[in-house]
Design a binder for this molecule. Structure first.
Ligand SMILES: Cc1cc2nc3c(=O)[nH]c(=O)nc-3n(C[C@H](O)[C@H](O)[C@H](O)COP(=O)(O)O)c2cc1C
Ligand SMILES: O=C(O)C(=O)c1ccccc1
Length: 388
């Protein structure tokens, strides 16, 4: 486990001793360099969102609507960034959100494994996507002692769903995240303009191709007829008829902590808790699915208020330390990032993801130090004011 109090000192020390960092120190520069490192198709898929992307932009600007109130002489000389989730103390409040094409974002086609190694080094849990270039068992093994959660897109085939969940348990993942906001693909003009969609080109399907139930549905093994396998995936992936009536069944599949991802409405959050979930994942998929303009951050307080003690994980639009602190102050138990670490991987491999995490953690820690909050637990809504 790294010494988490030392992030900023390493970065400052480099700066003060004249070592210019080879990796970007701002999100804008990270974005620029990631675009240069990726093919136009991959860049469009990762950076793009739904429609005219106003929800995606609103996710980021929503953080401007809150200001942090600095408190003086508050005894924050040492900060505790740890949080407790599902009976386990995590060293930081950060998580790596599931990113279905992370496998393609590095230069070796094994970005899921690279991400798992970075997660392992940093002690930041990775939520492994159903869509990966390497099978979930290999991703879990690459995490070392750092916990991994498995993100499930429940296919339109119950037996296959059960197989994926049981594999995730056997592989050692410690929680199951079921994503509900992508039961069908959003309207994504950038990808449509390039006629590019990685999964339909057979990418990131390793969890399906390695699955005995999936394979049993094919006339020929995927190694012999990859197109038929991709075609079957396309018919199984979307599951638009999934309903609240299926929650009891999903719940029965695992004794692991179960979270539902994509919850924004307080009534949905309550319904999920009534249905026996252990956590709510408040997110609008980084603005890649719905484009109604409602930023995920604006949904967070209502979701938190609706579910009492049930932990709420948040993502969508987090770009810097103050964003992490604001989401925590609004009641998130932990905060995940998506695109920032995908860009880190594209720009600098494993070290690039670690750099992105180190900068985010250093800035989070310094924000707490300067604003006078000694721990994540010291944050609540009284730390925030609305900015007009
Ligand atoms: C390229 C890409 C692929 C994604 N794939 C998945 C996925 O497979 N499963 C999932 O639940 N969410 C997926 N997401 C959504 C992320 O988990 C997360 O909700 C989102 O990226 C957070 O917003 P941010 O990118 O602004 O941090 C994906 C996001 C991106 C950018
Ligand atoms: O692109 C995405 O955001 C995503 O999660 C996804 C994954 C597979 C199929 C469709 C969308």
């Amino acid at each position: 486990m790294p010494n988490h109090g030392d992030w900023q000192y390493t970065i400052y020390l480099d700066g003060l001793t004249g070592r210019v960092p080879s990796l970007p120190m701002s999100f804008a520069e990270l974005e620029r360099r990631a675009e240069a490192a990726m093919s136009p198709e991959l860049w469009s898929y990762v950076a793009g969102g739904a429609g005219d992307e106003r929800t995606q932009r609103a996710n980021v600007t929503a953080f401007d609507g809150w200001g942090l109130m600095p408190r003086m002489l508050a005894g924050a000389a040492e900060r505790d960034l740890s949080v407790e989730l599902f009976g386990r103390r995590l060293p930081t409040p950060l998580l790596l959100a599931p990113v279905g094409v992370i496998g393609l974002c590095g230069d070796d086609g094994h970005g899921d494994l690279t991400t798992a190694r970075a997660a392992g080094t940093m002690g930041v849990p990775m939520i492994a996507s159903t869509l990966s270039q390497d099978p979930m068992e290999d991703v879990a093994a690459a995490l070392g002692d750092t916990p991994g959660w498995f993100q499930l897109y429940p296919p339109n085939d119950r037996e296959l769903t059960e197989s994926l969940v049981h594999r995730a348990e056997a592989a050692g993942f410690t929680a199951l995240v079921v994503t509900l906001d992508t039961l069908t693909l959003g309207w994504r003009p950038r990808d449509l303009a390039l006629a590019s969609f990685p999964q339909l080109a057979g990418e990131c399907l390793a969890n399906y191709l390695s699955d005995p139930v999936f394979r049993s549905r094919l006339a020929a093994p995927p190694e012999e007829d990859p197109q038929a396998a991709t075609g079957l995936w396309a018919t199984l992936f979307g599951n638009q008829r999934l309903s609240w009536d299926d929650l009891a069944w999903l719940r029965s599949l695992t004794s692991l902590p179960l979270l539902l991802k994509g919850i924004c409405d307080p009534d949905d959050a309550r319904r999920a808790v009534d249905g026996g979930v252990d956590g709510i994942y408040c997110s609008n998929h980084g603005g890649r699915q719905a484009n109604g303009g409602l930023p995920a951050l604006d949904c967070l307080p209502g979701v938190v208020d609706a579910v009492g003690d049930t932990p709420v994980v948040f993502d969508s639009g987090v770009r810097g330390g103050p964003d992490v602190v604001k989401a925590l102050a609004l009641g998130a138990r932990a905060v995940a990032i998506g695109r920032p670490y995908a860009y880190g991987l594209a720009v600098g491999g494993q070290g690039g993801i670690e750099h992105v995490l180190r900068c985010l953690l250093a800035e989070t820690d310094l924000t707490l130090a300067i604003d006078g909050y000694a721990s994540v637990g010291a944050l609540d809504r009284t730390a925030l004011r609305r900015v007009r």
